[in-house]
Design a protein around this ligand. Structure first.
Ligand SMILES: Nc1ncnc2c1ncn2[C@@H]1O[C@H](COP(=O)(O)OP(=O)(O)O)[C@@H](O)[C@H]1O
Ligand SMILES: [Mg+2]
Length: 298
């Protein structure tokens, strides 16, 4: 495939953790990353996070509440993109494209549905930059799992690394990309990432996350509960496969203390990665671990 002309591109990500917006600037010809630019992180405040949580599971943005959340989400993405452009000493005309992921509120690719809220036209108006959005639903419509960009980015990132390499991104849901020596890729969700731990900690201690694993460190893994959690049919399914944020429940954890629950959920995330590792075509020479939750296992 012929490479495109080199351009600056901004990527905007608001993941299933609902912690905030990550914005990053790269220069690329579509195959290679020719330069890394700056980045900006805009955390959501408690009130907006609460509103966002309230629209999870909805499949269409037709009700007033979802529309209001969509508008605010879009506005905050505009703020993030504009801040990144200004911080980089650039003008909107210097940026070729903004990739706007939006916020996933529902994901069931087997049923042909993935739904991200976010208004691309409004973001283009706010930033003065061409916006590409809704790429996840386009991917699902084409028979994919709805995560078309991460593997392409990971392949480009691993160009000068010894391969096979595995890139593990622990966000709300965790996903892995395995890249073969010739640049072919296999990518899928490994299982839970941080979303379950975040939800557990919020339920038990009203905190947003288990900061630096402090709660989990004080607890013990309940092997019986862990075994139950790992019996989920997802782990035996061959890839390609992907998960909704809320695919797992706390039913098996009912009797656990906050500490033991956090420790068991951290072990659940880790063992799910081990199960995924067993499905990879060949053992990676190295693993790169990233995402907000990467800190938990590194
Ligand atoms: N210091 C920390 N201690 C524990 N967990 C953390 C810490 N920093 C970030 N996280 C976790 O990372 C998550 C955000 O990760 P991120 O990669 O942005 O995920 P997503 O793509 O789903 O938004 C938070 O919700 C939290 O669970
Ligand atoms: Mg995030």
């Amino acid at each position: 495939m012929k490479s495109l002309q080199t351009m600056r591109a901004i990527g905007l990500m608001s993941g299933t953790s609902m912690d905030g917006i990550d914005a990053a600037l790269i220069e690329t010809n579509g195959d290679e990353i020719t330069d890394f630019g700056g980045s900006v992180e805009i955390p959501y405040d408690d009130s907006f996070r609460h509103q966002l949580r309230g629209v999870m599971g909805r499949k269409a943005e037709v009700d007033a509440e979802t529309l209001a959340v969509t508008m605010e989400l879009t506005r905050l993405h505009g703020v993030a993109a504009n801040e990144l452009v200004a911080q980089s000493g650039l003008k909107p005309k210097d940026i070729g494209v903004v990739g706007f992921h939006g916020q996933t509120v529902f994901h069931d690719p087997a049923a042909g549905i993935t739904c991200q809220i976010g208004d691309g036209a409004e973001l283009a108006r706010m930033t003065g930059i061409r916006v590409v959005n809704n790429f996840r639903s386009a991917d699902v419509a084409a028979g994919g799992e709805g995560a078309p960009l991460a593997p392409v980015y990971h392949v480009a990132l691993s160009r000068f690394l010894e391969r096979p390499v595995a890139i593990l991104n622990i966000g709300g849901v965790a996903n892995v990309t395995w890249v073969s020596p010739d640049g072919g890729a296999v990518a899928f969700d490994t299982g839970p990432g941080n979303a379950l731990i975040d939800d557990w900690v919020r339920l038990k201690t009203n905190q947003m996350m288990d900061v630096d694993g402090q709660l989990a460190r004080r607890g013990y893994v309940d092997q019986g509960v862990l075994d139950k959690l790992l019996k989920h049919s997802y782990f035996d399914r061959p890839y390609p496969k992907s998960l909704d944020r809320d695919a797992f429940s706390f039913a098996a954890l009912e009797d656990l203390s906050p500490e033991n629950g956090a420790a068991t959920l951290a072990a659940f995330t880790t063992h799910a990665v081990l199960k995924a590792a067993q499905q990879l075509p060949a053992s990676p020479l190295q693993w790169l671990i990233c995402g907000g939750g990467g800190i938990i296992v590194c």
